[in-house]
Design a protein around this ligand. Structure first.
Ligand SMILES: [Zn+2]
Length: 331
């Protein structure tokens, strides 16, 4: 069909078949065929004054037909885990968890904050700290440009949202990482904001909750991003010495420099079901050790079996679990 549309033949016959095919049998395309005489005269011919020249149908015309179809995009979705067809609104109302198979979808920092905190209780902090590009890093496009594009797309300055709020009436210092912002990678700003959140928790004697969701250190910032591992870990050591409580929540995925620093330093480490938790990814490890990895390798359940996670908690129970741990620790 592609040939007949883009080819030079451009007869009315191929145009009509393309319209019914491309328009997926919608009312509008049927109408277009029914009123073929007048429509094709308008669409397929150059202005009458130019004589007999016929312009072939283009993809732009086909796209126009698609637009008229009037079916809202993305109303339904197919679960990437169990392949069930799901009404998108139902999934959203179910905290972005598949109602059929309990697959936990990745969510952004704003959704995470909204899910964890009591409504309207969260106060974001340090929103004006923005990343710089001291190394003038450039790959396919410059880091500076990449940051600008991502900031525009996500509406956030960097990959973490920090502040304080209430979880079931218990005050907490909270940091939620945003995977939609450059893979939730930890650069200087993420490290700084998390460190400030930890220090705020220490000074105000608040329980600290960090929901990790990250691909690791941000390579665009090289050593500066790696330094954030020790910076956050040192702040956590001071928080611990002051008797503070840190609940680390691991979500899909928690990997790289984030796993290798603060995410694994929780007094209590909770994880969402089936979240990827590890340092290097499974593909890298499989290529290195040249062995078949066990089923469920680096998933929450497997990692808990090895003693790195204390409890796996369904998203709908996270709030109660966090408040229970806070009460248990007497905070
Ligand atoms: Zn599912």
């Amino acid at each position: 069909m592609a040939e007949s549309v883009t080819g030079t033949s451009g007869t009315t016959g191929t145009a009509a078949s393309a319209a019914t095919g491309g328009g997926a049998g919608t009312t509008s395309s049927v109408t277009a065929v029914a009123t073929g005489a007048s429509t094709s005269a308008r669409v397929l011919h150059q202005p009458v004054t130019s004589g007999a020249a016929i312009s072939p149908r283009t993809w732009a015309d086909v796209a126009e037909a698609g637009k008229r179809a009037d079916v809202p995009a993305g109303l339904w979705m197919r679960c990437e885990s169990c392949t069930a067809m799901l009404y998108r609104k139902n999934v959203e109302q179910n905290l972005h968890v598949c109602p059929e198979c309990s697959h936990h979808y990745r969510i952004g920092a704003d959704e995470r904050v909204a899910q964890l905190c009591d409504p309207g209780s969260f106060e974001p902090m340090w929103q004006n700290i923005t990343p710089k590009d001291p190394l003038k890093f450039e790959d396919v496009k410059s880091y500076k440009q990449r940051l600008a594009d991502t900031q525009k797309k996500t509406g956030h300055a960097d990959a973490v949202v920090c502040g304080k709020g209430f979880v079931k009436g218990r005050g907490v210092a909270l940091a939620c990482m945003n995977f939609h912002f450059l893979g939730g990678s930890m650069g200087s700003v993420v490290g700084e904001k998390i460190t400030r959140t930890i220090e705020m928790a220490t000074q105000s004697d608040l329980p600290l909750v960090i929901a990790s969701c990250s691909g690791g250190a941000r390579m665009h910032e090289s050593t500066l991003s790696l330094m954030q591992m020790s910076k956050t870990s040192a702040a956590l050591a001071r928080h611990d010495q002051a008797g503070g409580l840190f609940i680390s929540v691991l979500t899909d995925p928690t990997t790289g420099g984030v796993t290798a620093s603060f995410a694994m330093l929780g007094d209590v480490i909770l994880a969402e079901p089936n979240a990827l938790i590890g340092f290097a990814g499974p593909r890298v490890i499989a290529n290195t050790v040249r062995q078949k990895l066990p089923d469920g390798f680096q998933r929450s359940e497997h990692v808990m079996g090895k003693g790195f996670v204390d409890r796996i908690v369904h998203r709908k129970n996270l709030r109660s679990e966090i408040s229970r741990v806070i009460d248990f620790a007497g905070k």
